[in-house]
Design a protein around this ligand. Sequence first.
Ligand SMILES: *Cc1c(COP(=O)(O)O)cnc(C)c1O
Length: 409
Amino acid sequence: MPQIADAQTPSPPARSAAAVPAIKVPLLDLRGQYQAIAAEIMPILEKVCESQQFILGRYVTQFESAAADYCGCREAIGVSSGTDALLLACMALGIGPGDAVVTTPYSFFATAGAVARAGARPLFCDVDAASFNIDPAAVRALLEQHCERRAGELVHRSSGTRVRALLPVHLFGQCVDMAALRALALEYRLRLIEDAAQAIGAQCADGARAASVGDVGCLSFFPTKNLGAFGDAGMCTTQDASLAEHMRVLRVHGGKPKYYHAFIGGNFRLDELQAAVLQIKLRHLDAWTAARARNAELYAQMFSRAGLVERIGLPAAAAGARHVWNQYVIRAERRDALRAYLTQRGVGTEIYYPVPLHRQQCFAHLGHAAGEFPIAERAAAESLALPIFPELQPQQLQYVVECIAAFYS
Ligand SMILES: *Cc1c(COP(=O)(O)O)cnc(C)c1O
């Protein structure tokens, strides 16, 4: 239900007294979802506590098998976070120093961070303006124009690194054009890792689910994702049984049998308590996704009725595919002023992401200049995420649209 602003809300300056928010619309509020399922979850948590089996117990196994089915994958390996899923994928595929991974400059930091932590170099390619996802044409241009075959290896000319993999991100809940990337991976003999942290349940136009197409799919169950744990959690998926086995060994420090280490792994385990929560929540995911899609549809209708579709860029969902709307991201003129205006009126927003990855200070050594990936840079300057979570009421969406209309009028 819409919340009435409480008496503690600081009063805005007198000259804008009319702007006291009547309704509050947070970017995300997980309390309603929890209340609806608390009665299902608490008894399971008690069971785990009574068993005192906190590490790799039956709930991890059960959740892995349910999540593998849900994603259309043969295998799923529960891990400690989405970030660790990406790192584990790189490690399992033997990506390390001297290697390069082709990825997007417009994502959460962990995408390129994991590549760098594996010791490899992120090679950025610009995104597509409509979907914000990596543009397969830009990937092809990079591989054709800036790389060459030397002794059977694909070498990125200017850095001298071996190009090993493509790492697309299904940003905001919408699938990358995986058919095109898979064709490129086959043609150039590259591994394909999907960052599906924001996209569990999303489908490509051909019906393939996010995290089921590449060599490894990486999921995050961070609380703000569509399937959120009660803390950090993640998963690697694959169709390849031997790769799955390798990831399972690397998840426990690379020891198999225990205390005998042919490989250096890490502690990448998914907690039993988190698996118990996630296993329950997975049963509700399709209903929550449907509510997100309904909210996206309502926004589109409301923005159109308010005459705003010329003014702001609405997110485009590719026809025939399944967008799961982890975020509803518009493009806005005078974005920062709009955001301040909405904050003052009780509407929560966020900027995903203000600094594209190639412009992050920690990647300065890669030598990318401003303007090198102009579509990603423009997206970083214009994008604004609006509230889209399943429990939102139509009046709350209407209020968001009215506030935006008022800002531009
Ligand atoms: C959330 C996220 C991650 C990292 O997941 P964590 O579980 O928070 O470590 C990686 N990539 C993308 C695109 C994400 O949105």
